[in-house]
Design a protein around this ligand. Structure first.
Ligand code: HAM
Length: 454
């Protein structure tokens, strides 16, 4: 059989993994809402020039990793390798920089595409959860974004987080530093890798990020970025660190952190998680400040700051460290027709119970009752509902508690009440009261007593 695999570097997300993704996404959405971010949904495809102009011609993403093609009209299109550029473009197209209150706070969730060498934590299609605050230069806002990411990871249950942080300084500082390192690397360039030679011309800062061992040795002695920061850049960075300290967010300053996208200036950061053996699958999330990007894409010179997390990485670290909640999908009710003849009637009962809000499944081609019970166990069903010819005739059915094995005959007429009694009274009431005496004023309360009142 010629099985067709997923495209190299992509993966299917099925059942439990999909539920876990949903949980993580939900936590992110709720937190974004608390912090005042609204959702932006942008197309997966953009004109390629959006990314060459923003992520930058010197970045690995644009040089080697874009899924770029000509459409049937001969336009150069790319699958988004990240979201920041798209969010800025969307805000600009909607004229938000001229009409909306600043900062514009946008969050996003969706797939991004990079033609990278697939390995642990690295995919060619991966999901990002991220946010951008556009239109304001404020160290408090930068700190808020960094704190958001840190608290989000804490909310998911992460411990032993390492927040690495650095500043690239403003335009003037970056320019002075670039000149200094160009001078430093010039005599070493011949012996360095071909990527570094290219970076030297396009964006010498990126040489600091080189992973080739012999180049790392040369990079070690390069002048430090800190020495080239002007006073205002130093002051801006110090204010961000002050706020983080005040919030008791633990960080580690890392002079060599430059990040692989060209649009950054001032603060950049990455969140890392290391296992017991000190191994990391790469940053769980990362971000930084940008001072030219909005101007380049919209003509309005404003600053922005943002971050993005990789969903696959969050999931795999949570899974490996037993930090995921119990994701067992429980079924409330398994409907068991005794033979094919009862299936149509049983199916109507099944739909009725679903309309009441219960999670219900049915055997469509019933085999023996024994095999139906086995299936119900595998599906973690709480109750079984047995329907045979006799039951239909008498309008009475058998409800069996899968846990206690106690079964009782109930009248079909009372099904809704019986299900409510058995299924709603088990821990559904958030206020912890006795069901029949529930006095809570929670509109969402779904305890038996409240449901009956409705
Ligand atoms: P990035 O560091 O390129 O930044 O990506 C952010 C996160 O996406 C990474 O930390 C990682 O968790 C995940 N990620 C990146 N590439 C892959 C991959 N091939 N496979 C799996 N996960 C991956 C950005 O994309 C910036 N737009 C972040 C940002 C927002 N900066 C400012 N605003």
């Amino acid at each position: 059989m010629d099985y067709i695999n997923t495209v190299k570097g992509t993966h299917d997300v099925i059942n439990d993994e999909a539920i876990a993704y949903q949980e993580i996404e939900l936590a992110f959405r709720e937190m974004a809402d608390i912090y005042g971010y609204g959702e932006f949904k942008t197309p997966v495809m953009e004109y390629s020039k959006l990314f060459t102009r923003s992520v930058g011609e010197s970045s690995d993403i644009v040089r080697k990793e874009m899924y770029e093609f000509l459409d049937k009209g001969g336009r150069s299109i790319s699958l988004r390798p990240e979201f920041t550029a798209s969010i800025v473009r969307a805000a600009s197209n909607a004229k938000l920089f001229n009409t909306a209150d600043l900062p514009i706070k946008a969050f996003y969730v969706g797939p991004a595409f990079r033609y990278e060498r697939p390995q642990a934590g690295r995919y060619r299609q991966f999901y990002q959860l991220g946010l951008e605050a556009l239109g304001e230069r404020s160290p408090i806002l930068d700190a808020e974004v960094i704190a958001f990411g840190y608290k989000f990871l804490q909310l998911l249950g992460f411990k032993n987080l390492k927040l690495k942080i650095n500043t690239l300084g403003d335009d003037e500082s970056k320019k002075n530093y670039k000149e200094a390192i160009k001078k430093y690397f010039a005599p070493h360039l011949e012996e360095m890798c071909s990527d570094c030679k290219e970076r030297y011309e396009l964006n010498p800062l990126r040489i600091l990020d080189c992973k080739v061992p012999s180049d790392i040795e040369i990079v070690k002695n390069a002048p430090s970025m800190k020495e080239y920061l002007n006073e205002s850049s130093k002051e801006y960075y110090a204010q961000i660190l002050d706020v983080l300290n005040e919030l008791q967010i633990v960080f580690e300053e890392d002079d060599s952190l430059v990040r692989g996208l060209d649009y950054y200036s001032d603060v950049v950061f990455e969140y890392h998680f290391y296992d017991e053996n000190g191994k990391s699958i790469g940053a769980l999330g990362a971000g930084g400040h940008y001072d030219k990007l909005i101007g380049e894409l919209s003509g309005v010179n404003l600053d922005g700051v943002g971050l993005a997390f990789g969903l696959e990485r969050l999931y795999s670290v949570l899974l490996e460290n037993n930090l995921l909640p119990d994701l067992t999908h429980f079924l409330d009710l398994m409907v068991m027709p005794l033979s094919e003849n009862e299936v149509p009637f049983a199916y109507m009962v099944c739909e009725y119970a679903r309309d009441l809000g219960y999670k219900v499944d049915i055997s469509y081609s019933p085999k023996s009752l024994k095999s139906q019970f086995k299936k119900a166990e595998r599906k973690h069903a709480k109750f079984a509902l047995i329907i045979g010819e006799e039951e239909i005739k008498n309008q009475e059915i058998v409800l069996k508690n899968m846990d206690t094995q106690v079964q009782e005959k109930i009248s079909l007429e009372d099904l809704a009440d019986e299900l409510d009694k058995h299924l709603l009274s088990h821990g559904h009431c958030e206020c912890g009261c006795e069901d029949d005496e529930c006095h809570c004023e929670d509109d969402e309360c779904s305890c038996h007593h409240h449901r009956k009142e409705e």
